[in-house]
Design a protein. Structure first.
Lengths: 218, 215
């Protein structure tokens, strides 16, 4: 069977719907991973020992096992404890938590790298410890950590393809569905890869713009 | 927690872990090979090779590894490439890992001080000799740690071949989750084995890193 790219336009609507889902899932999971990352970093650094240590163990498990395995756990595990979520929600939670752990590592390092004088000055001016963290230390840490977090978000876009395995109709699964009808795997997987690549380039462009902005405000 | 069930199925997980290890080793070898070629291309004197190297890195890092596997395994037969799932897994993941390793290797090489090359050239070494005898031995020391990070990612990426039905750890876990409805137990079994493999890789890399440092 030779290649025939001319049949692509006929199925473009299904593929583009997949693109919309991929972007939606990526953006939602990115937001979750960003907020989760800050939260996890604060827990890992400042929570009492009894919470901190088990928490670090869980972080270690998330970093030491494949995302695909974690997605199976979250999707089927939630069902087992009686929470029956739609697959795309389970996918967003799985992706979001996985990358929150990676973001948390970056944010922890950045928080520790903020000059101690900043906290001391804030405390001297009468801010409480949590106020000083929220209003002085964390904002500075976040600014330093935006470029590497951007790289994580681009990795998240690519890993969003994995949620196709638990049945979320994003770009990869949409391509699979079309292939089920047309028996043209090469054409449609290449098309899907090209679309991921374009989204990727778009994200890199946004990342560069944000980086330029923060380097000016420094 | 159903420990009886875990005791009953763990031998299958051990067998699957062995497949994951073999898959990781073969992928790592192919990845290093592609990475070395890619880095050589990206640092070449010839613009065409530099472009080819840059395109390789950009395309393979810019698209999901899962799709690369699908293109190779399901799309391959259409362009005359017929591979079984395991072969497609090793080749697909290896080429993908090679793109990441290209950047690691290139980064280590360009971080060697320019003066080293200039001094070697001044002493009468040819371009090739300077690279081979002066630059690479120094760069090799720098690349052990970052390549270790690549290896760590690679072990986790082998889980993707579950999607093309290679019976490795993640596929086995998925199959037993489906048949027993015990996701936590199965995750625990597979997760512990993955973490052991990754821990071993980490120790190996740390050992090699100590070994190559000049004391």
């Amino acid at each position: 069977m030779g290649l025939d790219f001319t049949i692509i336009p006929k199925y473009m609507d299904i593929i583009l719907l997949g693109v919309a889902w991929t972007i939606g899932i990526t953006v939602s999971a990115a937001l979750l991973s960003f907020i989760g990352g800050i939260l996890f970093a604060v827990i890992a650094l400042y929570a009492p020992w009894i919470i901190r240590q088990p928490f670090r163990l869980v972080e270690g498990v998330f970093m030491g096992t494949p995302l695909l395995l974690q997605l199976f756990l979250i999707y089927f595990g939630l069902v087992q404890i009686g929470i029956d979520l739609p697959a795309f929600v389970a996918g967003i939670i799985g992706l979001g938590l996985h990358f929150a752990v990676y973001n948390s590592e970056l944010i922890q390092t950045a928080i520790l790298a903020v000059d101690k004088g900043q906290m001391e000055a804030a405390r001297t001016l009468g801010l409480s410890r949590s106020q000083a963290l929220r209003k002085v230390v964390i904002p500075q840490a976040i600014r330093d950590v935006i470029p590497p977090i951007g790289n994580n978000m681009i990795a998240l876009l690519k890993d969003s393809a994995l949620v196709s395995v638990i049945g979320v109709s994003e770009l990869t699964l949409s391509a699979q569905r079309v292939i089920g009808k047309t028996y043209r795997p090469f054409e449609f997987y290449i098309l899907a890869a090209a679309l991921y690549y374009i989204i990727n380039l778009g994200m890199e462009w946004v990342q560069r713009r944000i980086e330029r902005r923060i380097s000016v405000s420094r | 927690m159903d420990f009886d069930l875990m005791l009953k199925v763990y031998p299958f997980f051990l067998e699957a872990a062995l497949t994951t290890i073999v898959l990781s080793v073969l992928t790592a070898i192919l990845g290093l090979f592609c990475g070395a070629l890619g880095a050589a291309a990206r640092l070449s004197r010839f613009a065409l090779l530099r472009f080819a190297g840059a395109a390789y890195v950009s395309l393979f890092r810019g698209t999901p590894a899962l799709l690369q596997l699908f293109i190779l395994y399901f799309g391959g037969p259409q362009i005359g490439i017929q591979l079984d799932a395991f072969e497609a897994g090793v080749i697909g993941l290896g080429i993908n890992a090679g793109a990441y390793m290209t950047e690691t290797i290139r980064g280590s090489i360009i971080s060697i001080d320019k003066g080293q090359r200039e001094a070697a050239r001044t002493l009468g070494l040819s371009r090739w000799q300077a690279t081979y005898k002066v630059i690479l031995p120094q760069a090799a020391r720098l690349m052990v740690r970052p390549l270790g990070v690549n290896l760590n990612m690679l072990v986790k990426a082998t889980a993707l071949v579950a999607a093309i039905s290679v019976v490795e750890l993640t596929y086995t876990a998925q199959r037993y989750i489906g048949s027993t409805y015990k996701p936590f137990e199965m995750f625990l079994l597979a997760g512990v084995l993955y973490m052991i493999i990754i821990y071993a890789v980490g120790r190996g890399v740390a050992w090699l890193d100590r070994k190559v440092q000049i004391t």
